[in-house]
Design a protein around this ligand. Structure first.
Ligand code: PLP
Length: 386
């Protein structure tokens, strides 16, 4: 019998992260700096809003675009934070996380043969998302020497007549890099010069430390070519609720809406009530969690540098991306040995693109005690390199 699996599905490798977590699941006493999700439980008042919606019997579909009340609250939220104005009726769409938002946005805009530039290292879903949409991902490496920011020169070098779009993911998973406004302005100028569409995944927008997050759509002239992707998973510790959003110019938002409508119908109703509560009353929670992440970030980064795993200062998300050059090990072997010998889970940098080689991702969305214990174990591991 012939294979019924599509060329697209075959051409995408399984996630490099999953393989690792399958091993971890079989082990005891592992400290995980591996999984990229908040260790906090969703704040109680947000959970209660979801529960209340169920008790009141709100168990039907909502409007396909998401509850109008939620879209209105979101429009106000984006205006308040970034001064960007989106019409809740036609320019905002509530999705099943940024995961769905990104998939829909790519399907709605990318045609076969279109190239999408993807700065690496990056979130594991970007390249597969482009391929599933029928496009061709073009990786552009970023480097520790530039604090893992995309440079205009590197972007320019990757643009061809087939380039349709650029997929930005800052604050970045896995590096923790944040693009400065100056660098984003350079990127925006190139996008205009070459008439590129820009997907901007800003799921970590609220998790920045001692630095401002610049919303790409807030830069002069960028809004008509920007698809802003955001969500509730990280800032409000709501990964399991599965709520995100797309904000885009009306014609693009309309096309994304079509994909969403036929594939998904609407985001889960109780989750939308919870998200509404998060927008209305969740700000103190965001700030409290961010303060905790910041404390952990400093302990982890100082500790890694002290061990000799040199680490540029990550200013966003909840990841550090140290160089493991001092160990002399390839990153997969480093991660496997650290796991088996010291029971600390980190993710090899190559899971996020080949330029992640020589690094590992350490997530600090875990308790300070766990981070300190992980550092102790890594210190012991480091003594065996020499
Ligand atoms: C950069 C980035 N984008 C998107 C997602 C997916 O987020 P969501 O839970 O909203 O689907 C993640 C999750 O780890 C991420 O790191």
């Amino acid at each position: 019998m012939k294979s019924f699996v599509s060329h697209k599905a075959r051409s995408v490798p399984p996630s490099g992260i999953r393989k690792f977590f399958d091993i971890i699941a079989t082990m005891n006493d592992v400290i995980s700096l591996g999984i990229g999700e908040p260790d906090f439980t969703t704040p109680m008042h947000i959970r209660q809003a979801g529960i209340r919606s169920l008790e009141q019997g709100f168990t039907s579909y909502t409007s396909n675009a998401g509850m109008l009340e939620l879209r209105q609250a979101l429009a106000e939220h984006l205006d308040r934070l970034y001064g960007v104005q989106y019409d809740p009726e036609g320019e905002l769409l509530i999705t099943v996380g940024v995961s769905e938002a990104l998939t829909d946005a790519l399907i709605a805009t990318i045609d076969p043969g279109d190239e999408v530039i993807v700065p690496e290292p990056c979130f594991v879903s970007y390249q597969p998302g482009v391929i599933f949409a029928g496009g061709t991902p073009v990786a552009v490496p970023t480097y520790a020497a530039n604090d893992f920011q995309l440079t205009a020169n590197d972007l320019r070098a990757a643009i061809t007549p087939r380039t349709k779009a650029l997929l930005l993911g800052y604050p970045n998973n896995p590096t923790g890099a944040v693009m400065t406004r100056e660098r984003l302005l350079e990127i925006a100028a190139l996008a205009e010069e070459h008439d590129l569409l820009v997907f901007s995944d800003e799921i970590y927008d609220r998790l920045v430390y001692g630095i401002e997050h610049t919303c790409f759509a807030s830069l002069p002239g960028t809004m008509p070519r920007t698809v802003l992707l955001g969500g509730f998973s990280k800032a409000y510790a709501m990964t399991g609720w599965r709520v995100g959003y797309v904000a885009a110019p009306r014609d693009i938002a309309g096309a994304i809406y079509k994909v969403h409508q036929y594939a998904i119908m609407c985001a889960p109703t109780p989750s939308q009530y919870a998200a509404l509560e998060a927008l209305r009353h969740g700000e103190p929670d965001v700030q409290a969690m961010r303060a905790q992440y910041d404390r952990r970030r400093r302990v982890l980064v100082d500790g890694l540098n002290d061990i000799g795993l040199t680490c540029f200062e990550p200013r966003g998300a909840f990841y550090a991306f140290p160089s493991i050059a001092a160990s002399g090990l390839p990153c997969e072997e480093f991660s496997e040995r650290l796991l088996f010998e010291e029971k600390v889970a980190v993710v090899p940098g190559t899971a996020f693109g080949s330029c992640g080689d020589g690094h590992v991702r350490c997530c600090y969305a875990t308790s300070l005690e766990q981070i300190e214990e992980a550092l102790e174990r890594m210190r012991r591991f480091a003594r065996r390199w020499g």
